[in-house]
Design a protein around this ligand. Structure first.
Ligand SMILES: Nc1ncnc2c1ncn2[C@@H]1O[C@H](COP(=O)(O)OP(=O)(O)OP(=O)(O)O)[C@@H](O)[C@H]1O
Length: 418
């Protein structure tokens, strides 16, 4: 599968889904007259595209708006603002009739295989329901097609007449997948498809999704709260925080050199097995507190209340999502592994100083070292970016303000020189 570079033209046939300025504000109503007194800014202006045949992973902590985004792009929810285009057609406000053909092309797999299947229906009825709803009779008859779908997802077609409670969690999720595949969709949105399953079963279901993609040429948007699930299956990853996309990059760039501090924090929460580092002590970035309320999100950069790099500009000015490196978009004034976007702003906010206490010195040092290593690589490639990336190192040193970070920056410098 070849994926074209980012930023291609809007009419690109490779782009299956295009989302522009998408918003969902849930009104908060009070009193007898149910007057609107506020709104939950669940999704607050996001832009991205999904290319045919790719897997876009969407990650972020609970409450960041991932499920709402999934429901908006499958049109299970009506957006408050922005547009959704599917195969170049604006589907943002299509009514029931207009959506009918699209329901075949876009399917959703839900998180909870226990509650998403009707316990009173046999799996034959459940998997066959999409045909009935669309008024389609499959070639060879409904029963035969349902049995074929069951075997495609690795279930015994003879179990056609059994009920959901007779299956394990992993098997039930396979039933959900068979139902989603029934009408041969183009796009499948999977909302936390494995988080309700045992860890040992999770890999099986993720592998099944991967195999089905190869066989059927599916396009996926896979939503997960951490990076461990999407890591192996995604071509690109969007990181969401409080209703916004803060970083969107191809998988390898994101893992090699995350640019948003939030991405870095999410990544440090997932231990990555690396035999070369088996003796190294694993350091983690701890995020203080919960995601702030989406009813009144923080001003400027929404992550500034938990970020160890936050300065005044982060509190006052919202950073736009910019493509700072090819294939890597980030919304940050002081990105990791890259040139500082607001180098004049060096005084840390007090919240950032407190957050830095939670970020181990070793992490800050390692952060500086990675920045320098990336700078060296870019320099090897002969890009002018090298200069900026080393400035990024300096910025990490500035942020921590401590000697450890300065040492880290030095260590990084050393590794650049080597
Ligand atoms: N129907 C609704 N009415 C009001 N608020 C809602 C509604 N659905 C979601 N929200 C709120 O919108 C915000 C985003 O929720 P959403 O479920 O999209 O987040 P999420 O990142 O998917 O989290 P989780 O992984 O916990 O599902 C949350 O604060 C949630 O409480």
């Amino acid at each position: 599968m070849t994926i074209p570079a980012q930023g291609e033209s809007a009419g690109d046939p490779e782009i299956l889904l295009k989302v522009t300025g998408l918003q969902k504000h849930f009104p908060i109503k009070k009193g007898l007259l149910q007057r609107q007194v506020g709104a939950v800014h669940a999704v607050d202006g996001i832009d991205f595209e999904v290319r045919a045949g790719e897997t876009l992973g969407v990650v972020g902590e609970s409450g960041c708006g991932k499920s709402t985004m999934g429901r908006l792009i499958t049109r299970l929810l009506e957006p408050t603002g922005g547009t959704v285009e599917f195969e170049g057609k604006d589907i943002t406000h299509l009514g029931m009739g207009g959506m009918r053909p699209l329901r075949r092309d876009v399917q959703m797999i839900f998180q909870d295989p226990y509650s998403s299947l009707n316990p009173r229906h046999t799996i034959g009825t459940i998997v066959g329901a999409p045909f009935k709803l669309q008024g389609v009779t499959p070639e060879g008859g409904l029963k035969k097609e349902v049995q074929r779908l069951l075997s495609v997802v690795g279930l015994n077609p003879e179990h056609y007449n059994r009920y959901p409670h007779e299956f394990s969690g992993g098997q039930r999720q396979r039933i959900g997948i068979a139902r989603a595949l029934a009408l041969n969709p183009k796009l499948v949105v999977a909302d936390e498809p494995v988080s309700a399953l045992d860890v040992s079963i999770q890999a099986q279901v993720v592998n099944l999704l991967d195999d089905l993609q190869q066989e059927l040429g599916l396009t996926y948007v896979i939503i997960a709260h951490d990076l461990s699930v999407v890591r192996h299956v995604s071509d690109r990853i969007a990181v969401m925080y409080l209703g916004k996309i803060v970083e969107l990059a191809d998988r390898d760039s994101l893992y090699k050199a995350p640019m948003h501090p939030y991405t870095k924090a999410l990544m440090s929460a997932v231990p990555i097995p690396d035999p070369r580092r088996k003796d190294a002590k694993s350091e983690r970035i701890l995020l203080r507190g919960d995601v702030p309320s989406p009813i009144s999100p923080p001003s400027g950069c929404r992550f500034h209340t938990r970020c160890w790099k936050a300065t005044e500009i982060c509190r006052t000015t919202e950073p736009p999502l910019l493509e700072l490196k090819p294939g890597q978009r980030v919304a940050c004034h002081h990105p990791e592994n890259f040139e500082d976007q607001a180098p004049q702003d060096t005084v840390l906010l007090s919240v950032a100083r407190e957050a830095a206490e939670l970020v181990a010195d070793e992490v800050l040092a390692e952060s500086a070292e990675t920045s320098a290593a990336v700078a060296a690589e870019v320099a090897d490639a002969g890009g002018a970016e090298a200069v900026s990336a080393s400035t990024g190192t300096a910025s990490t040193g500035t942020v921590s303000g401590g000697s450890a970070a300065a040492d880290g920056a030095d260590a990084g410098q050393e590794s650049t020189e080597k």
